[in-house]
Design a protein around this ligand. Structure first.
Ligand code: NAD
Length: 381
């Protein structure tokens, strides 16, 4: 089969779904690779690097979509791209199946199979294809770097001839994939790092990274925001109150707050309220990774950086992975390559779209002219 990657058309998107290295690996599976000219440039991969890796470079998107049997891209197709969908082809991409009725209908009508990368189940065997996690890892890291860039002091404490500098205090709310990456980055820069999550099972992991887990004074277990398969569910009002009371106590003392709290298929829980922002010191920074889903902080504005009247910077960028496009393209292209490995079991360039396979079934949202979303729950963990 011929696997092709177009240039991303979403404004400001720097990532690319195929790298020269991933193309080499795809060819070892028996596939040919094709890329639209300039698709990798913003991620640091010029056309020549693809040519050296044996990739055919074509001039424009229309030729790319026509030439390829399987199209691998990053963002869900824009309206301008939906017309390229064709019978018998496969698109592998983020697709937002629950919120993209137009795209789902277009793919069904066209007879294109869509593998939605956000639908890869969070089971052990699928970790290598889990693009949500690989992107969240980058977002967590970058959130700390972005915070540091907007914070006027060191992260680490220092005793210098010119005076003693206290370490910064960082609170990470939500210790899932992005949160753990933020915690690791923050502790490695020398900040005193605190973390909170409704899932107490992450406390040990948080502590092993050198951060302090924040426990609540709550008569029931912290596990009130009970978890299923590594995801949280909604907390009770009492638990939420206890959580907010703890955050109010911490707010005046924190220099940097990074919020990553997510409950699948819901708006982000609002956890950092206006009075908490007001209680923070001037010069403090909040990075709200949940901005795209409404924000964990009341004052966050998606895609913007604002400074409040009391001097707190609030960052609501929703494109952290794109801001580290070389790294994120490398990891995303590897996720795609692993998906192709599962789709090409004989390594002979022949795709076997096995709907009995939990991972392939879970991620396939249109197939053979039908909408196949939502999938049944996976059979294995
Ligand atoms: P995840 O599911 O792995 O982690 C979310 C964590 O939040 C879980 O550990 C969960 O227990 C915790 N949580 C839920 N409710 C909570 C509450 N009330 N209090 C404290 N913790 C709570 O998700 P993830 O992959 O780490 O993603 C985190 C967020 O980052 C998501 O909102 C995601 O959309 C976002 N994200 C943003 C960008 C960006 O560029 N801004 C990029 C990637 C991901």
């Amino acid at each position: 089969m011929k696997i092709g990657t177009p240039k991303e058309v979403f404004p400001g998107e720097n990532r690319v779904a195929m790298t020269p290295d991933s193309a080499r690996a795809l060819q070892k599976l028996g596939h040919d690779c094709v890329i639209e000219s300039g698709a990798g440039v913003r991620a640091g991969f010029a056309d020549d690097l693809y040519k050296e890796a044996g990739v055919e470079v074509v001039a424009d998107a229309a030729t790319l979509w026509k030439t390829a049997d399987i199209i691998a891209k990053v963002r869900q197709p824009e309206d301008s791209e939906l017309g390229y969908l064709e019978q018998g082809k496969t698109l592998i991409s983020f697709f937002n199946p629950a919120g993209n009725e137009k795209g789902m209908e277009a793919a069904k009508e066209a007879g294109t199979t869509v593998i939605a990368m956000e639908m890869v189940p969070r089971i052990s065997r699928a970790q290598k294809m889990d693009a949500l996690s690989s992107m969240a890892n980058i977002a967590g890291y970058r959130a700390v770097i972005e915070a540091g860039n907007n914070f006027g002091r060191f992260f680490t404490g220092q005793v210098t001839a010119a005076g003693k500098v206290p370490p910064a205090k960082v609170l990470v709310v939500g210790a899932g994939v992005a949160g753990l990456a933020a915690i690791g980055t923050s502790t490695s820069l020398g900040a005193i790092t605190y973390a909170f999550d409704v899932r107490p099972e992450v406390a040990e992991q948080v502590e092993s990274m050198g951060a302090e887990f924040v426990y609540l004074d709550f008569e029931e277990e912290q596990a009130d925001g009970a978890s299923t398969g590594g995801y949280a569910s909604v907390s009770s009002p009492e638990f939420r109150e206890a959580q907010l009371a703890k955050f109010r106590e911490l707010a005046p003392d924190m220099d940097i707050v990074i919020t990553t709290a997510l409950i699948p298929n819901r708006e982000a829980p609002e956890l950092w309220t206006e009075d908490m922002v007001q209680a923070m010191k001037p010069g403090s920074v909040i990075v709200d990774l949940a901005a795209e889903k409404g924000g964990n902080c009341k004052l966050t504005v998606a895609d913007e950086k604002i400074v409040t009247d009391n001097g707190v910077t609030i960052i609501g960028y929703t494109d952290f992975p794109s801001r580290m496009a070389t790294q994120s393209s490398t990891l995303y292209a590897t996720n795609i390559r692993h998906m192709m490995t599962d789709l090409t079991p004989e390594k002979d360039g022949v795709v076997n779209h096995n709907m009995e396979d939990d991972v392939i079934r879970g991620a396939t949202v249109t197939h053979a002219g039908e909408i196949t979303f939502p999938p049944p729950p996976p059979k294995v963990k």
